[in-house]
Design a protein around this ligand. Structure first.
Ligand code: PHE
Length: 337
């Protein structure tokens, strides 16, 4: 009877498909059962021989056989396909591996590390201060009285009338002197902010390293000697330098240090504005008014201070022609260092 055949074919199908896990074998099973001349369709053609009154019942059984076989077939098929994508068979072990690039320190950090290590070798310790500073530490204690025109040298981001984003690292001098009695010999690196028009030469945020030495009998000659020793170690022994008189409210006398232009070796070019010299830092002897603000005896102690921009050093040392590139995190730039 047809009903028996239906059951037999279904259990034969179950036996055939059990444990199959490659698509070629599965295709053979599809042809055997589900193709046009396969076993399932073959049963439909036998429907003719079934007594008329049984046709609806047997027809239903045949339809559900076809449905069950198709469903089971499809589920096994998708199982095999999903396994396939996750097996090793798809890996081409002969392909070259993808490169894992090691990260490295940002060029500014590298420059700062180098500056720190030179000054540590000269007996300086390292201090840091906050980027959000009081007007008092950033200006007042550094001998910039309120309304003094020298405040215009540094366009300031004020948070409120009393607090601001520090415009230089010099306020850390005040913090160090408030916390320690002389002798103090320290460098103070950090971020500073200025409300300047952003261009290839200036940015609203950059980094400085401040230096301070206070003791009895500190002289300008020692300041010069220290900065020349630094410059020789940092830029090379053959470097030429000069000190030019300058002005800062918190140092007296004040100077700026220039070194021979890297690019033209002193002949004059665009980088050095045809002068042959590049300015690398500001410096001077700590003004007695500053000592008064921190409670140091200005009759007893003298000191020197200096400050340099880290970005600027890189601009000069590596010939970087746009300061903004430091902060864009472009890997094509970063991986060159
Ligand atoms: N703070 C000064 C500036 O930002 C640099 C400086 C530091 C000058 C210490 C003298 C002494 O321009």
């Amino acid at each position: 009877m047809l009903e028996d055949k239906i059951n037999r074919i279904y259990s034969e199908f179950e036996k055939d498909i059990d444990g199959v896990n490659d698509l070629k074998k599965l295709e053979e099973i599809r042809i055997k059962y589900l193709s046009r001349s396969g076993l399932v369709n073959g049963l439909f053609s036998e429907l003719k021989s079934v007594p008329k009154e049984n046709i609806p019942f047997v027809g239903k059984q045949l339809n559900s056989l076809r449905q069950n076989v198709t469903d089971r077939f499809n589920s096994i098929k998708s199982e095999i396909e999903s396994q396939k994508t996750s097996t090793d068979k798809d890996f081409d072990l002969t392909l070259p591996g993808s490169e894992i690039r090691l990260g490295s320190k940002h060029v500014l950090t590298q420059t700062l590390d180098q500056i720190k290590s030179i000054f540590k070798g000269l007996g300086f310790s390292v201090f840091e201060g906050p980027e959000l500073e009081s007007d008092y530490n950033n200006f007042e204690a550094l001998n910039f009285p309120a309304d003094h025109p020298a405040r215009d040298m540094q366009d300031t981001f004020f948070i409120n009338p009393k607090f601001l984003l520090r415009t230089h690292t010099s306020p850390v001098q005040i913090r160090v002197m408030q916390a320690y009695q002389p002798p103090v010999r320290a460098i103070m690196p950090g971020r500073v902010y200025r409300n300047e028009a952003v261009s290839s030469r200036s940015y609203c945020m950059f980094h400085q390293v401040e230096g301070l030495f206070v003791d009895t009998d500190v002289t300008f000659a020692e300041l010069k000697g220290t900065l020349v020793a630094f410059a020789h170690q940092f830029y090379g022994e053959e470097l030429k330098y000069r000190f030019r008189p300058s002005f800062f409210p918190f140092t007296e006398p004040s100077a700026e240090m220039d070194i021979t232009c890297f690019l033209c070796k002193g002949k004059g070019c665009k980088l050095c504005k045809q002068s042959g010299w590049l300015e690398i830092l500001g410096c001077g002897m700590v003004d007695p008014n500053v000592f008064q603000h921190v409670g140091y005896d200005s009759e007893k102690y003298t000191g020197y201070a200096f400050g340099m921009g880290i970005e600027r050093i890189g601009l000069l040392k590596y010939g970087i022609d746009d300061i903004r590139i430091y902060f864009e995190n472009d890997l094509r730039f970063l991986k060159q260092f």
